[in-house]
Design a protein around this ligand. Structure first.
Ligand code: URA
Length: 235
């Protein structure tokens, strides 16, 4: 049966672009019978195909351009890929996401000791858009802290006059809501290094637990720790 030529791509390119294997490995996988095209074992990896007709080990190829996912980051993993900093969030995501071309990255970072919503994407232009305060994507943090809050802290955080230690520029106005003894919500539009912990430290308080349930329009909801969910790429 003739295969559609529209959107056709070489099988070896298809598998390397979406992070399954290198082009050379694709050849070995084909020889081993792991790749089928319309149900028939494929031998020639230079063949141009429609991605939808190809199965690897019996499963369809996830050939999505513009990958976006939310991940529920657990404690004790870092957003860096540098193994010296500890286990990485990327170890908990499908390995082919990191082998794609371009690979996925996190949209900003959460500290090792912070849990919550981390966006993962291969779309570099969106990383900038979501992290730049200009675009006003509010992030919500649930903060558990030790210490006695001083009167006027809500107004100080909202004033745009809070300067973090070692920084020249003040923080943009942030919305702080006390939820109960030792518990608060903080809504930020920027994402400076350890910003929540440092803002609380500036007020003489120590953050002992930090969780981000929301990033812009996205909410973790009941997504379990360590799990991810694909999201539609915004227009
Ligand atoms: N602020 C912090 O202090 N840590 C985070 O992980 C995120 C925001």
């Amino acid at each position: 049966m003739p295969h559609p030529k529209k959107d056709a791509i070489r099988v070896d390119q298809l598998l390397s672009r979406y992070g399954y294997c290198s082009r050379r490995e694709a050849h070995a996988w084909a020889r081993a019978g792991r790749i089928t095209l319309d149900g028939v074992p494929l031998k020639d990896t230079s063949e141009r195909v429609d991605a939808k007709s190809v199965l690897v080990d019996g499963a369809s190829v996830e050939a999505v351009d513009g990958l976006l996912a939310m991940f529920h980051k657990p404690l004790a993993v870092v957003c860096s890929r540098d193994g010296r900093e500890g286990p990485s969030v990327f170890d908990l995501l499908p390995p082919q996401w990191s082998q794609r071309n371009p690979p996925v990255a996190s949209v900003g970072r959460l500290d090792k000791d912070t849990t919550g919503l981390l966006l993962i994407t291969d779309a570099g232009e969106w990383v900038h858009r979501w992290t730049s305060p200009k675009h006003n994507h509010e992030k919500t943090y649930e903060v558990t802290f030790e210490g006695e809050p001083k009167p006027g802290m809500v107004e100080w955080f909202a004033s745009g006059a809070l300067r973090l230690e070692g920084e020249g520029r003040c923080c943009l106005p942030a919305k702080l809501v006390f939820e109960g003894p030792g518990r608060a919500l903080l809504h930020l539009v920027e994402g400076r290094f350890h910003q929540v912990r440092r803002m609380f430290a500036a007020a003489g308080l120590t953050v002992i637990r930090l969780h981000r349930p929301r990033f812009g329009p996205y909410e973790l909801g009941d997504l379990a720790e360590g799990s991810w969910r694909l999201l539609p790429m915004p227009e």
